[in-house]
Design a protein around this ligand. Structure first.
Ligand SMILES: C[S@@+](CC[C@H](N)C(=O)[O-])C[C@H]1O[C@@H](n2cnc3c(N)ncnc32)[C@H](O)[C@@H]1O
Length: 269
């Protein structure tokens, strides 16, 4: 598989993140922050580590790294997200930047981490190559993505509801398969091809405790990019059926969804 989704997808994602930056914290963040300790462990972030948090969003990973005594920096291509991060953690260096074209010299970091960023990139292999370039020899990259929708229930419930009542083939800008890196073999293949060794892939259990049976639909509709576009492209009567179905499924799960992450890491030779 190669990077075949350049500008249209990138613009779509960029516009989406700009719009939802202020809502991200009260939506997905309650889940994505659960993977942070394992992500930092996989990248061996400790006191004194110089770490780059790529696609940092509101800055949770960089902040947790700084709390370990690391020297953390975060980059995100959304200026709104960078503002969120700067407001939340004023002592940390957050900048606008592109995961696929890092503005740092070769061999300048002891660790590169990306929490739920890779699945949003049009050219994920480019981001892995860039991480490899800016890492020092012997340093590690680590990233997380959602597990497949049969395991990450919040994803599965929404996609199944759209499939059941609506249409998944609506005109949203085509991007790489959302669950591509949920496959451990694909993680190993891509990191291996970029020259990483000692590649490990593990599962990180996470739980999404929703405030109400409607919260899953609301977060997806108002606080995501690709899934929101899929939902917004449905006809109004169909959308109501999808909303009802999602509510029923969340009620059935007693407002508590399993949302495991796949965590992959590797070492630069
Ligand atoms: C799901 S959020 C993850 C935020 C954060 N890492 C966390 O732990 O919750 C994905 C982030 O990726 C950023 N992003 C997407 N494409 C990017 C790119 N090409 N370069 C840098 N950031 C990007 C978005 O702006 C968004 O902040």
């Amino acid at each position: 598989m190669s990077d075949i989704y350049p500008q249209g997808f990138r613009q779509f994602e960029h516009q989406g993140w700009q719009e939802i930056a202020s809502r991200y914290h009260e939506g997905f963040a309650v889940v994505t922050i659960q993977a942070v300790p394992a992500l930092l462990d996989a990248a061996r972030v400790t006191k004194g580590t110089r770490v780059l948090d790529v696609a940092c969003g509101p800055g949770y990973v960089a902040a947790a790294a700084a709390a370990r005594g690391a020297t953390a920096m975060g980059i995100d291509f959304s200026s709104e997200m960078v503002e969120e991060a700067q407001g939340r953690y004023p002592g940390i260096d957050f900048r606008e930047g592109d995961a696929e074209e890092l503005s740092f010299p070769d061999s300048s970091f002891d660790a590169v981490v990306m929490n739920f960023g890779l699945l949003h990139l049009g050219r994920p292999e480019e981001a892995i190559r860039e991480a490899q370039r800016v890492l020092k020899s012997g340093a590690r990259v680590a990233f997380t993505v959602w597990d497949t929708p049969d395991k990450a229930q919040g994803m599965g419930i929404v996609l199944e509801a759209i499939q059941k009542y609506g249409n998944l083939n609506v005109p949203v800008p085509p991007g790489p398969p959302f669950f591509r890196f949920s496959d451990p073999d694909e993680c190993r293949r891509v990191l291996g091809a970029a020259g990483f060794v000692d590649v490990t892939v593990e599962n990180v259990p996470q739980t999404w405790r929703l405030s109400s049976p409607d919260a899953l639909f609301d977060v997806m509709y108002n606080g995501s990019v690709r899934n929101a576009a899929l939902l917004r492209a449905q006809k109004p009567d169909v959308l109501e059926k999808i909303r009802d179905e999602i509510r029923v499924q969340v009620e059935r799960a007693r407002n508590e969804l399993s949302m495991p992450a796949v965590l992959c890491s590797g070492e630069k030779v």
